[in-house]
Design a binder for this molecule. Structure first.
Ligand SMILES: *Cc1c(COP(=O)(O)O)cnc(C)c1O
Length: 399
């Protein structure tokens, strides 16, 4: 078949299954109001949980950072590692309570690079079934024996750990701290205890925990810290700077040895141009702002609590989630698309998440909350949602 015939056929198939995705073009990052095709929409779809993408201090720092060069001009190991990157890494290590940190250009690269650097053929990787695609791709690419366990099921994880122990090789357990499409937290204390008992290495992806939750001493470190766990319990912590930090890039934090090892062996770190200096400056300012303005996290927590209380009153199909990610599981793709479309008509931008991003039959609206939302915007969204769901008889509302 020609390339063009192949593409046309596969695209048609995707459309027929109601799975075709369209890109929306925004005039600027949502703060949380976005301009789309000349219309103003309130976005409940961004991962900018603290509103830092449009924070004036962050933007000023990022502008100033551009003075160091528009680009890093080479990979970190050649001449692309600037003082501003070193300062950012130091700040991340401090904020996460780790000895050291390394920055990657994206969370996808951090996950693939770290997994592939740590394990390979003859080793084992054990992943939660709902892990993010970047962890899944790392597991596929690393060449290790790859097994999955039922979502957050400690007994199922232990069975996989026992099976892995039957043959040689090291074992890496990789989980999301907060699940990106469900918003629930991994049972990290139990997972860490099992890993210790079975001599497995634990890696936690803090994409949606970093900046949102933490402990008294490390209020923004993420769910590892919130679960009372330290570097000995979770030796490999990954986080992205594209979510609560409102920017771009990612990090791995851990022991000095781990970071030195990744500098040597993580190919997506070695063979790519360094993070633009302006991005590093913006990320540094974002983390400083988190620490200086704890009210951002408190406002987010209030918005989450308000959303959940009002949604419960309206009998909406809420999930068990204490994070900024509040999915409404509607089941089938058609319903999700129709409701998302109606919300769009009412002025709200909400993510319609369909397979293969989530398992078949669990299509959902992925509503994300931010410190930048006000109570009125949340109430208006919920009213529009209740309205859209009420006039739907075909909805397979899942509990
Ligand atoms: C978004 C996300 C990533 C990827 O991070 P990027 O910096 O956007 O590449 C990794 N893991 C999880 C759980 C995510 O949600």
């Amino acid at each position: 078949m020609t390339l063009s015939d192949t593409l046309r056929q596969r695209l048609a198939e995707r459309r027929a299954r109601n799975l075709h995705r369209e890109i929306k073009t925004l005039a600027a990052a949502p703060g949380p109001v976005a301009q789309v095709d000349g219309r103003e929409l309130v976005a409940f779809s961004s991962n900018d949980y603290l509103g830092l993408a449009l924070h004036p201090d962050v933007i000023a720092a990022q502008r100033a950072g551009a003075g160091l060069g528009a680009g890093a001009t080479a990979s970190h190991l050649v001449n692309g590692h600037l003082q501003i990157h070193a300062e950012l890494q130091e700040k991340i290590a401090q904020a996460t309570g780790r000895e050291a940190a390394i920055v990657f250009s994206s969370g996808y690269m951090a996950n693939v690079g770290t997994i592939c650097a740590l394990i390979g053929r003859g080793d084992h990787i054990i992943s939660d079934k709902l892990n993010h695609a970047s962890l899944i791709d790392g597991a596929r690419l690393c060449g290790a024996d790859s097994r999955r366990f039922a979502h957050s099921d400690l007994n199922a994880l232990e069975r996989q750990l026992q099976r892995a122990a039957e043959s040689d090789g090291n074992t890496l357990v990789a989980v999301d701290g907060v699940y990106s499409m469900d918003g629930d937290c991994a049972p990290l204390a139990g997972i860490a205890a099992l890993c210790r008992r079975h001599n497995a290495w634990l890696m936690v992806d803090e994409a949606h925990g970093f900046g949102v939750m933490g402990s008294e001493n490390f209020p923004f470190a993420g769910c590892v810290s919130a679960a009372g766990l330290g570097q000995d319990d979770v030796p490999i912590v990954m986080g992205t700077l594209g979510k609560a930090a409102g920017n771009a890039g990612a990090f791995v934090a851990g022991s000095r040895e781990l970071i030195d090892y990744l500098v040597q062996f993580a190919r997506p770190y070695i063979y790519t141009t360094g993070m633009p200096p302006a991005v590093a400056a913006g990320c540094l300012a974002a983390i400083e702002t988190m620490l200086r303005e704890p009210q951002l996290r408190h406002r987010l927590a209030r918005n989450i609590a308000h959303f959940r209380a009002r949604a419960a009153e309206l009998d909406l199909p809420l999930s068990e989630s204490a994070s900024a990610i509040q999915p409404l599981l509607l089941g089938n793709e058609t319903t999700v698309m129709r409701v998302a479309d109606e919300l769009l008509q009412s002025g709200f931008l909400v993510g319609a998440i369909r397979p293969p991003t989530v398992p078949a039959g669990t299509a959902r609206l992925r509503i994300t909350l931010s410190a930048a939302h006000n109570t009125q915007q949340i109430d208006d969204l919920l009213a529009a949602l209740a309205q859209a769901l009420r006039c739907d008889d075909s909805a397979v509302v899942m509990s």
